[in-house]
Design a protein around this ligand. Structure first.
Ligand code: HPA
Ligand code: ZN
Length: 319
């Protein structure tokens, strides 16, 4: 039996496996930029975040209909459930689809066709977090939030992703204020490739409750102290960081030392179709590389539920 965990940093578009990408492209008459799945897999040799994002957005072109999004979510949930995931707070990137002429309603309704039945079918309680692309304008993010108003019963929170450096959190102050006024929870990617100051800004200016990645926080001891004091969770993604060369090895940053410092760290898969592992695979890789014992693994699992947006009763039931 795999350890029950909550997954808090998972981009649904990042679960698009090569086989499904080609099947969807064929179904929709779309030509992908690689000849076949082998050629595509050979392209998964990333230099940095940008080189990953270029491929990630290109492959989304096969996603066109509600059924495509439903198939994507169903494939993820089956894999995640088999690896111990009981609760998943799932990111999606509306602008990556609306920019291609796919309506926001198609994305949300398609995903929800499956997420709405996920508890009974897969034993995974789902939440949706809508991310704004930080390399797009603040106005585009505001327009996206406005377009999402009819679907807010299906959306738990907002997040911020895509190319980080040069796009500080403060650029999105207004849309985060509007999201908070609508009762949405707030998270943001910060300190993945960007400096620790972006983490501070995400807390102070955007009011985030959780930091996605937060990898570079150890560079600022005062920030670490604050994250510990305020119990701000970090959704670390070790396989992603290694594959995007944000770090040299899985032992960097030192997860055991971060846990010992009192940081509320969680371990997540980010974009598992691209980075070599789903939630359980990721925990396993970290366990093997860092020699984590059972108690450490249970701590990470406990943290994942504590850091989730489940309330206490829901949390107990999910564990
Ligand atoms: N960082 C930034 N953008 C992303 C990521 C990430 O980890 N995954 C998908 N888009
Ligand atoms: Zn991410």
């Amino acid at each position: 039996m795999p350890l029950p965990i909550a997954e808090l940093h998972l981009h649904i578009e990042g679960t698009l496996e090569p086989e499904l990408a080609f099947a969807l492209a064929a179904r929709n008459g779309v030509t992908l930029p690689h000849a076949d799945t082998d050629a595509l897999r050979r392209a998964y040799d990333f230099q940095d975040l940008r080189s990953f994002l270029d491929l990630y957005y290109a492959l989304m072109d096969g996603l066109r209909t509600e059924q495509d999004f439903a198939d994507l979510a169903d494939a993820y949930l089956a894999r995640a459930a088999a690896q111990g995931v009981r609760h998943a707070e799932i990111f999606f990137d509306p602008q990556a689809h609306t920019q291609r002429g796919v309506e926001l309603g198609t994305v949300v309704e398609g995903l929800w066709r499956v997420l709405g039945r996920s508890e009974e079918r897969h034993g995974v309680s789902p939440r949706l977090i809508m991310c704004f692309l930080r390399d797009e304008s603040a106005d585009s993010a505001l327009a996206t939030l406005k377009a999402a108003e009819p679907y807010l019963d299906r959306i738990t929170g907002v997040g911020l992703d895509s190319a980080e450096v040069g796009h500080p959190p403060a650029k999105f102050r207004e849309v985060y204020e509007a999201a908070a006024a609508l009762g949405l929870r707030r998270v943001a990617h910060a300190g993945e490739e960007g400096p620790p100051a972006y983490i501070t800004e995400a807390l102070d200016v955007l009011g985030v409750e959780r930091v996605d990645h937060g990898l570079r926080c150890p560079e600022d001891p005062a920030l670490v102290g604050r994250l510990v004091r305020e119990r701000v969770p970090l959704t670390l993604c070790p396989l992603s960081n290694a594959r995007l060369r944000a770090v040299d090895t899985l032992a960097d940053p030192p997860l055991p030392a971060m846990l010992d410092a009192g940081l509320l760290c969680t371990v997540n898969s980010d974009a598992p179709a691209y980075f070599g592992g789903y939630a359980g695979d990721t925990l396993d890789a970290v366990r093997r590389t860092l020699g984590l014992d059972e108690e450490r693994l249970r701590e990470l699992a406990r943290n994942s539920f504590l850091a989730s947006f489940l309330d206490d009763d829901e949390e107990r039931r999910a564990r």
